[in-house]
Design a protein around this ligand. Structure first.
Ligand code: FES
Ligand code: FES
Length: 187
């Protein structure tokens, strides 16, 4: 008999309560139980980054997370980055800079960059490349993704109160970002 547990969590600012099998992954929960199919599933073993979502503001591989582990959390998926029909700054920048082709990696890129830009609002090209090093794209060659991230950073600095003063990112922060994404790739 499949064991079930009841979980309560918030996804894109909406509350859910569901009884689910304890072995259901967060990725499958989002896609199959809630029809939030913007979260993509590629490798299913923590390498490609396509399934990355934000759990309490931190990136997490949804393919390696059991949905029951997310009980009580606040989750943001790609669907939560827009405001109604209005694209978020990162989404708009990806469109402007042609930063996607098939789009399979895009949800994970956007959630990863959302966390990254919240910590480093004025990144260098090299820092963006480190930030997305745990997200694989088979199509774009990454150049336009980096350009889009830098465009979104500019937009956010211009439009977000308090973000106009760039946060200093020292070697420690860069090491932290590298370690974080390395951890993510191994999860
Ligand atoms: Fe590839 Fe989760 S599906 S990391
Ligand atoms: Fe196709 Fe990145 S746009 S995998």
């Amino acid at each position: 008999m499949t064991q079930e547990l009841t979980i309560e969590l918030t996804i894109n600012e909406k509350s859910y309560q569901r009884s689910i099998p304890v072995r259901l992954t967060l990725a499958d929960f989002l896609r199959h139980e809630l029809n939030l199919t913007g979260t993509h599933v590629g490798c299913e073993h923590g390498v490609c980054g396509a399934c990355t979502v934000l759990v309490d503001g931190r990136t997490q591989r949804a393919c390696l997370t059991l949905a029951v582990q997310a009980d009580g959390s606040s989750i943001t998926t790609i669907e939560g980055l827009a405001t109604g029909e209005e694209l978020g700054p990162l989404q708009q920048a990806f469109m402007d800079q042609h930063a996607l082709q098939c789009g399979f990696c895009t949800p994970g890129m956007l959630t990863t960059l959302t966390e990254f830009l919240s910590e480093n609002p004025d990144p260098t090209d090299a820092e963006v490349r480190i930030a997305i090093s745990g997200n694989l794209c088979r199509c774009t060659g990454y150049e336009n993704i980096v350009r889009a991230a830098l465009q979104a950073a500019r937009t956010l600095r211009e439009t977000t109160p308090g973000a106009s003063t760039p946060m200093q990112v020292d070697a420690l922060d860069t090491d932290h970002a590298r370690a974080q994404h390395a951890r993510g790739a191994q999860q």
